[in-house]
Design a protein around this ligand. Sequence first.
Ligand SMILES: [Zn+2]
Length: 358
Amino acid sequence: MRKHHSSINARNKKTPGFIITGDGISDDFYSLLQAQNIRLKRVLFLADKKTFQIGGDKVIKTLRAKKILVIKKSISKSDIKTVERVEQLIRKIKPDGLIGFGGGKVLDVAKICAGKNNIKFISIPTILSNDGIASPVSVITDKHGIPISHLTRPPYGIIIDYSIIKKAPLRHLRAGVGDLISNLSAVYDCRLGFRVKKEKISPEILALAEAGAKRLLEIKHKNIKSKEFLECLCDGLLKSGLAMCLVGSSRPSSGSEHKISHSLDYLFPPRRTLHGEQVGIATIFTMALQKNRFLSAVRRLCRKINFPQKISYLGISENDFVNIVLNAKKIRPERYTILETKKLNKKEIKDIIRKLNL
Ligand SMILES: [Zn+2]
């Protein structure tokens, strides 16, 4: 009986079983799986129109050459309907593996479908726009167009090929920087909660969550697509995801700045700005509230890589932002952050915005 239980635990892994990064490694995808002792016979392969072209089809070809049955499914959205459609397909074809090749949308759908149906999910990100690559969180938009976070299993395996990531639009990589630096604000809030006994995440996990962001602040390169920058970004986003896996929630990577971004999602859907852009701008605001010692370094980094630092970039007015911040306390009220400590009024929020020149 006991033995049986332990095998269930092994299947319901809390952290990814393997992470492999390198240049051009997806060309020999089959060997990578073999080296991990993964033998698949029927694979559901999720990608979108573009990611099939930039490498997805090539991977499929190598799998089919080894007599693996691969069913292709192209998806364009990460909403509930798409999840239902993919789940229907899973019930029909009963795959023993799910491969996701794409950006956040493709991987979020793949992650939640694999988790719900207990299938091995191998993730191949084509962009690094947020820290969802190794996390147990999947973001799916509901019928009102509002993105909702669901807790599920992290990918079984993650393969990051820099030669593919380098082709990603600069804007998406920049958003990845925004999501990573937001951890400095989130971890500050966790420590704040820890001091008033409303949080119990271990200091080691918090150090893991902020490690990547701290390293990024030190980087000399301006060019996001340089090897050094990309590796640093990727490493930081993976660590952020692993910290979430270890805690079993997004808490170490999501504090007041994510509350503000979620509040923006709720009040002004559908969003055209990326999650990482939203949390990045919100981070400047929350770090100022926190008197966070990394604020000036964060702003220097933003200037260096042309990260947007204006509220107007979000397509909203200053008054809208004030309301978003006031509403943010209603988002995940159990999470204690600087917003709960400060209890700001309209004028105070406006004063901060002007002082920061947001
Ligand atoms: Zn995030």
